[in-house]
Ligand binder design. Structure first.
Ligand code: NAD
Length: 260
């Protein structure tokens, strides 16, 4: 379905991004996978996807808090893949603390990675998409792009921001064959969620079981975590020609959380 398309997925060495990379490769797209983590393990991931699906897969380990590294990554993607047709801004981090204790460096990092990085990748990818008259931009938001929870000021601010950025980009590109959408998952059990369990236990003085039951899944009516594959399949659909009229919207994959 996506044969002859070239994609960049940020934050794809783990969790949701890795599942998106796998699903795009299964659909025939060539890929650049960006992410941090252990270099040898990242190479093994890339080789695994390339071997399973017979597509070209490249690794890029740029730290996306840095606009210069983002620019180098986009240049490399274009040069090595030939074009950049699909851009999935997925890299994200979380930090949980009351507003009055929220560390300034965590605020800056979350805004840089979860919001500003998408501004930079989009502004650099758009000229090529416009030139070819085809493009798909999918930003991974969150239920927290639509509603708030306490103790997540930076994350909620960044995710609301990315929903706004997506709408603006969609309007600017509506007549160029390029769509831009935000996918808003509920809770998915990835390392990002694992990591916030201890902080939430501390912030709310709760046990691990109580955090999962009474905080994480409390508002998710299905009472189960969303799977990475469910998010990835939504992204692949948005990249298809069947979704060409879907632009500027936020699509919830949240087990009914934001329907309440
Ligand atoms: P994860 O921790 O499993 O993966 C995060 C990815 O981002 C990794 O590949 C990591 O290497 C990369 N990354 C981290 N810092 C980076 C940096 N400075 N530069 C480049 N890459 C960096 O997280 P996940 O749960 O898969 O989250 C992926 C996205 O989905 C995030 O944007 C997150 O906000 C969003 N999301 C997650 C959930 C959830 O419940 N897990 C829910 C809603 C939205």
């Amino acid at each position: 379905m996506l044969t002859n398309k070239c994609a960049l997925v940020t934050g794809a060495t783990s969790g949701i991004g890795l599942a998106i990379a796998e699903a795009l490769a299964r659909s025939g797209a060539s890929l650049m996978i960006n992410g941090l983590g252990d270099h040898a393990a990242n190479h093994a991931l890339v080789r695994g996807i390339a071997n399973r699906h017979g597509v070209k897969v490249l690794l890029n380990e740029a730290d996306l808090r840095d606009p210069l590294q983002i620019a180098a990554m986009i240049t490399e993607a274009r040069a090595s893949l030939g074009s950049l047709d699909i851009l999935v801004n997925n890299a994200g981090i979380q930090y949980v603390a009351p507003i009055e204790d929220f560390p300034i460096d965590k605020w800056n990092d979350i805004l840089a990675l979860n919001l500003s990085a998408a501004f930079h990748t989009i502004r650099l990818a758009v000229p090529g998409m416009k030139e070819r008259g085809w493009g798909r931009i999918v930003n991974i938001g969150s239920a927290h792009a639509l509603i708030a929870s306490p103790f997540k000021s930076a994350y909620v601010a960044a995710k609301h921001g990315i929903a706004g950025l997506t709408k603006t980009v969609a309007l600017e590109l509506a007549q160029h064959g390029v769509t831009a959408n935000t996918v808003c998952p509920g809770y998915v059990l990835t390392p990002l969620v694992e990591k916030q369990i201890p902080d939430t236990m501390q912030a709310r003085n709760l046990s691990r079981e109580a955090v999962v039951r009474d905080v994480l899944l409390a508002a998710q009516p299905t009472k189960r975590f969303v799977t990475v594959e469910e998010v990835a399949d939504t992204v692949v659909f948005l990249c298809s020609d069947a979704a060409r009229s879907i632009t500027g919207t936020s699509i919830s994959v949240d087990g009914g959380w934001t329907a309440q």
